[in-house]
Design a protein around this ligand. Structure first.
Ligand SMILES: NC(=O)NCCC(=O)O
Length: 383
């Protein structure tokens, strides 16, 4: 079986492990048995008719005496491109809009309050090619583009916060950015968060198109909680997650596009570790499928010229501050993951483990300031 056919690690364990061992394996792999969330029959039927996976889980918190529970639902959407990469640009974008529209409708049936799509969801992840045309034509204004208008309609219709990661064209300077637009459930654009770290690894030739983002570690106060967006490669940088958390993020979304050969063993660890280290929820979303491009490309890594990135392995999941996590969505299919979380869990775990209190940040800040100076002398004792 090839890497792009293997459906999911969890399904494999479920079908091959004896029941007694399975619950121990799940406890160790996922922190504890993840509780299933009952989803409405109409949603389950619609997902099946529209040919995507629908899964629901919930994370509970202890009941407190002074604070009511803060239960909210997030939705994570992963999907393939709909048309081939050489179809007319507008047809590709419109096809993606209608696919997402039908998935968001199911999220609304499931009571989702905040939905997040995958990185640059309106287009193929064409940055491997290093060709400017036609891919830069997918770029749109974050504030006034058609995709933002489409998401504003969804937000208003379903009373849902929409996180829409796109290729942004900033018209003022005619520059491109990799940007997540955050749209309030009122339908207003709340703001945007630009990708903070740009990869220079494998075929991820994104630095040919856009620079490191200039929006810092913005956190968005929504009706359903404080959220932040750490786009893809930023998940390898613990300080990046940390700064969103320092600014008060209760949920950090990580819309991504990454392939099996490069990052799959790291995927289950990084967002989960960030949830633990920062006492918050994290939501990792990856696209699915293999995208083929007409012209061959190379990336100076000795590989023969090729037409695709390899397999985007999906596996979107949510991690909680207590170290537990949901199983991932499929490695091969479009999917919607609906997760109910009680945001009170963040403070409960912070009070228990106290990483923010024991962090010695002032000392690290001083050491780091020295470490990045050109005349830095490492603190090493030699015989
Ligand atoms: N989209 C993106 O930044 N991918 C880089 C590879 C990775 O972070 O796994």
């Amino acid at each position: 079986m090839s890497g792009c056919e293997f459906e999911s690690l969890e399904d494999c364990l479920e079908s091959h492990l004896p029941q007694a061992e399975l619950s121990e394996v799940k406890r160790i792999l996922f922190g504890k048995e993840t509780l299933k969330l009952d989803l409405p029959v109409c949603a389950v039927d619609a997902a099946s008719k529209r040919d995507f996976e629908l899964k629901g889980y919930r994370f509970e918190a202890a009941l407190e005496q002074l604070r009511p529970p803060r239960r909210i639902r997030v939705g994570l959407i992963q999907h393939r491109i709909v048309l081939s990469t050489d179809a007319p640009i507008l047809d590709q974008i419109n096809a993606m809009h209608s696919r997402i529209g039908e998935m968001v409708e199911v999220a609304a049936m499931c009571g989702v309050n905040i939905i997040c799509f995958q990185e640059t969801w309106t287009m193929p992840f064409a940055f491997c090619t290093r060709e400017k045309e036609p891919w830069t034509e997918f770029a749109e204004s974050a504030e006034e583009g058609n995709t933002t208008r489409f998401c504003q309609e969804l937000a208003k219709k379903y009373n849902m916060v929409v996180v829409s990661p796109i290729l942004e064209r900033e018209e003022l300077h005619d520059t491109l950015w990799n940007t997540a637009v955050v749209i309030s459930n009122s339908g207003n654009v709340l703001g945007k968060s630009r990708k903070h770290h740009i990869p220079r690894v494998g075929d991820f030739n994104e630095s040919t198109y856009y620079m490191e983002g200039d929006t810092g570690h913005t956190v968005f106060q929504t009706q359903f909680g404080k959220i932040a967006v750490n786009i893809c490669y930023g998940r390898h940088h613990p300080l990046n997650w940390f700064m969103y958390s320092m600014n008060g993020a209760e949920i950090i979304f990580n819309p991504s596009a990454t392939v099996g050969a490069l990052s799959e063993p790291m995927w289950p660890i990084e967002a989960r570790n960030a949830a633990i280290a920062n006492h918050c929820f994290t939501c990792a979303i990856n696209r699915v499928g293999t995208e083929n491009f007409k012209s061959e490309f190379t990336s100076g890594d000795g590989k023969k010229a090729h037409h695709d990135f390899g397999h985007f392995y999906g596996s979107s999941y949510v991690a909680a501050p207590d170290g537990s996590r949901t199983p991932g969505l499929s490695r091969t299919r479009d999917g919607l993951l609906v997760v109910e979380m009680d945001l009170n869990l963040n403070r409960q775990i912070s009070d228990k483990w106290s990483f923010k209190m024991t962090g010695r940040y002032a000392e690290y800040a001083e050491e780091l300031t020295n470490a990045v100076r050109y005349d830095f002398k490492p603190n090493i004792v030699k015989e």
